[in-house]
Design a protein around this ligand. Structure first.
Ligand code: ADP
Ligand code: NI
Length: 218
C-alpha cells in the first residue's frame, strides 16, 4: 500500500510527465505512459517482494528522458533531476528510479544486457507489452507513418539490429516486426509478463501473416 505522501508524489510526477509529453507524436504520449503504469502495477501484484512505489514512479518517468522523445538528453535529465530534488523522495529511492529509467530501453539493451533491479524488469516488461498486440501494431504504424516509412517492401530484408544507430535507422514498418516486435516475447522477465506476452505475440504473428497474404492481393 502507498502512503498519502507517496500518492501526492505520484500526482506531482503525473503532472510533470503530462507537460513533458504533451506534444509527443512518436507513440510516447500520456496514454502510452498510463497503459505502462497500469500493466506494471498488475505485474507487480504478482511480485510482492518488490517496491510498488518505485515501480509506479519509474513507469511514469520511463520515457521523459528517452532521446527519441526529447531534443536534448542532458538537459531533459537535468530538468528531471531538479524536479525530483523538490520531491520528498530519499536518495536511495532517487538512485533506484534513475538506474531504471537510464537503463531499461530496448535500444540500450541491444549491445549488452544492462543490469536492472526487479522493479526495473517489471517496468521493462510493461513497456514491452505495450509494443506488442493490437496496441503494438497501432503504435508501429503510427510511428512509421510519422517518419514517412513504407509499410512493406518484400525486396527490403529485415536486419539483425546490433546497435542503437541500427534501431534509429528505419526500415519498413513490417520489417520492424521482424527486427523488434516478434523478438520481444523471449525478452520478457517476469512470469506474469510472459503470460500476457503470449497472447499479444500470437496476435502479432497472425497480423503479419495476413498482411503478407493480402499484400499480394489475395
Ligand atoms: P518503447 O516506448 O516501447 O520503449 P520505442 O521508444 O523504441 O518503444 O518506440 C516507440 C514505439 O514505436 C514502439 O511501439 C515501437 O515498437 C515503435 N517503433 C520504434 N521504432 C520503429 C520503427 N522504425 N518503425 C515502426 N515502429 C517503430
Ligand atoms: Ni515506453
Amino acid at each position: 500500500m502507498l502512503t498519502e505522501q507517496q500518492q501526492q508524489i505520484i500526482t506531482n510526477i503525473y503532472d510533470y510527465v503530462c507537460i513533458k509529453l504533451a506534444n509527443d507524436t512518436t507513440g510516447h504520449d500520456i496514454a502510452h505512459i498510463e497503459r505502462v503504469v497500469k500493466l506494471a502495477k498488475h505485474i507487480q501484484s504478482f511480485e510482492p517482494q518488490t517496491n510498488l512505489f518505485i515501480v509506479i514512479i519509474s513507469a511514469y518517468l520511463h520515457d521523459v528522458i528517452d532521446d527519441k522523445v526529447i531534443e536534448n538528453y542532458q538537459s531533459a535529465r537535468n530538468d528531471l533531476l531538479a524536479f525530483m530534488a523538490q520531491q520528498p523522495i530519499t536518495q536511495d529511492e532517487q538512485l533506484a528510479i534513475f538506474s531504471i529509467i537510464d537503463n531499461m530501453s530496448f535500444s540500450k539493451n541491444l549491445t549488452k544486457q544492462r543490469a536492472l533491479s526487479r522493479e526495473g524488469q517489471i517496468v521493462q516488461d510493461a513497456d514491452r507489452l505495450d509494443a506488442m498486440g493490437a496496441i503494438g501494431i497501432g503504435r508501429a504504424f503510427y510511428y512509421g507513418g510519422n517518419k514517412h516509412d513504407s509499410m512493406y517492401d518484400p525486396n527490403i530484408k529485415p536486419r539483425i539490429l546490433k546497435s542503437k544507430a541500427d534501431y534509429r535507422q528505419s526500415n519498413t514498418i513490417i520489417n520492424h516486426f521482424y527486427e523488434k516486435l516478434l523478438l520481444l516475447k523471449d525478452k520478457i522477465n517476469t512470469p506474469e509478463g510472459k503470460r500476457l506476452a503470449e497472447q499479444r505475440h500470437h496476435f502479432l504473428i497472425e497480423f503479419v501473416k495476413r498482411f503478407e497474404i493480402e499484400w499480394e492481393g489475395e
